[in-house]
Design a protein around this ligand. Structure first.
Ligand code: AR6
Length: 186
């Protein structure tokens, strides 16, 4: 599915984000930036040990030893990945409490990643389904937040191409439905 928004596009695909050839791919990281399971583990394995070294450097210098706050984003090189850059963001952990705040933080992940990509003059970016794995954010709600945030950004910026890389056909179907709903109301 490809949605045209001005000169920009939003595409939904089923695939492995580590194989994407967009200028940047986004990592659903944790605040430590030191890797983990899921898409984070896959990105670190495919990129190689230099990625972890650069993440450690960012923790030390840019973040003064602190964790990357939820909803924020930082950028590293892609090393052995086809993508030139990796944008690391931290999604909210779903607990069933503070839902409005969690929704806002998830939107921030997409918006801050897109703004960071734009500030690096990048023209294409691939996102995974942030927070809907280990962090247990309900995917029906997460898909709507993701698509709304991206569509809103593409309506108000000259950027290029955004790809939502969904790992399973089931996830793709849920994002597809969310996209259809949001396009109708726009
Ligand atoms: N390509 C695309 N999507 C993938 C891939 C892949 N190679 N591998 C998994 N997914 P998760 P979260 C999907 O758990 O919920 C990590 O340990 C997966 O099917 O990776 O934000 C971090 O270090 C799911 O749909 O991220 C954090 O501690 C989506 O990616 C924590 O997990 C996100 O699932 C972050 O949890």
């Amino acid at each position: 599915m490809v949605i045209r928004i001005g000169n920009n596009s939003l595409q939904l695909i089923v695939g492995d984000i580590t194989k994407q050839t967009t200028d940047a791919i986004v990592n659903a990281a944790n605040g430590s930036l030191l890797g983990g399971g899921g898409v984070d583990g896959a990105i670190h394995r495919a990129s190689g040990p230099e990625l972890l070294e650069e993440c450690k450097q960012i923790r030390k210098e840019q973040l003064k030893g602190e964790y990357l706050p939820t909803g924020e984003a930082v950028i590293t090189k892609g090393y052995r990945l086809p993508a030139k850059y990796v944008i690391h963001t931290v999604g909210p952990i779903w607990t069933g409490e503070g839902i409005d705040e969690k929704k806002k933080l998830l939107a921030n992940c997409y918006i801050n990643s897109l703004n960071l990509a734009k500030s690096y003059n990048l023209n294409s970016i691939s996102f995974p389904s942030i927070s809907t794995g280990v962090y247990r954010f309900p995917i029906d709600l997460a898909s709507e937040i993701a698509i709304e945030s991206i569509v809103n950004f593409l309506q108000t910026n000259i950027f290029g191409d955004v790809v939502l890389t969904l790992f399973t056909q089931n996830d793709y179907n849920i994002y597809f439905q969310a996209a259809q709903k949001i396009i109708k109301t726009n």
